[in-house]
Design a protein around this ligand. Structure first.
Ligand code: GLC
Ligand code: MG
Length: 253
């Protein structure tokens, strides 16, 4: 498929947060998509059902693909309830992931509270750590355990609250890369956008990225880590920040 550019965006607190700004951004995005210029990938921690609710209720633009559950599931349109995720991606990830083993990394760590069952899937073990006495220390302990076990798992820490253990081969960035190859997309530009820790892998995978003004410290610190980066740190928040970034990259006016 020949598209001029691909936009891979997180949903929560990147597209959402300012409905008026999102409505304006969506008009631009829809126009780009309708003229065949843009491929939109929504790349989120949400489940597919929550993304579909967002199309109806929150003004989220319809994606050309949905990467959900923190890059462990990929869905292609037409989106429908009960849809199975793309099996090639799933089967590949399942080869090297054991939920039981991943759960063991959390055992006995102070303050771990498992997320509801629907957010815990065969490819994603997720808990909250915000009631831990020292969440950062708990994360470090979990990271140490995961590292010791070898290279098959990765820990994603977001917003001072959410911790996910997913396959090392998964994550938003790698899922987008897979999708580009799978659909044989050949975009001239790829731009990603995000606000929190689970977006980090998109910035590691792709050169051009928009960090919205309301981003969490775990993304803002990329400024110091990569001083000559090609990322754009927007002044504005939420969808207005996204729009600011897209016009910085010359993709919309
Ligand atoms: C979403 C998911 C949750 C995950 C979080 C951070 O909120 O529902 O399971 O922990 O994103 O990645
Ligand atoms: Mg977010």
């Amino acid at each position: 498929m020949n598209v001029h550019w691909m936009f891979a965006s997180d949903i929560d607190n990147t597209l959402t947060g300012d409905r008026k700004a999102l409505d304006e951004l969506r008009t631009r995005i829809d126009a780009e998509r309708e003229s065949g210029n843009m491929f939109l990938a929504l790349s989120t921690g949400r489940r597919l059902e929550q993304v579909m609710e967002g199309f109806q209720e929150e003004g989220i633009p319809r994606g050309d693909a949905v990467i959900s559950q923190v890059g462990t599931e990929i869905y292609l349109p037409p989106f429908r309830e009960g849809q199975e995720p793309l099996d090639v991606w799933n089967d590949m990830l399942l080869q090297d992931y054991s939920r039981e083993e991943a759960e063991q990394f959390l055992e006995g760590v102070e303050g771990v509270e498992m997320q509801p069952e629907k957010f815990n899937t065969p490819l994603k073990v997720s808990c909250y750590l915000d009631s831990a006495e020292n969440p950062e220390e708990a994360v470090q302990e979990i990271r140490r355990r995961v590292q010791k076990a070898g290279g098959l798992y990765q820990v994603i820490w977001s917003s001072g609250r959410d911790l996910d253990i997913i396959p090392a081969a998964a994550g938003k960035g790698k899922a987008i890369r897979f999708l580009i190859n799978f659909l044989e997309l050949d975009p001239e530009y790829i731009v990603v956008a995000g606000d929190s820790g689970n977006d980090r892998s998109m910035f590691d995978e792709f050169e051009r990225g928009i960090v919205v003004g309301n981003a969490k410290s775990e993304l803002l610190k990329m400024r110091e880590e990569k001083p000559v980066s090609t990322y754009y740190f927007a002044e504005k928040s939420y969808a207005a920040g996204v729009r600011e970034g897209l016009s910085y990259f010359g993709l919309i006016t």
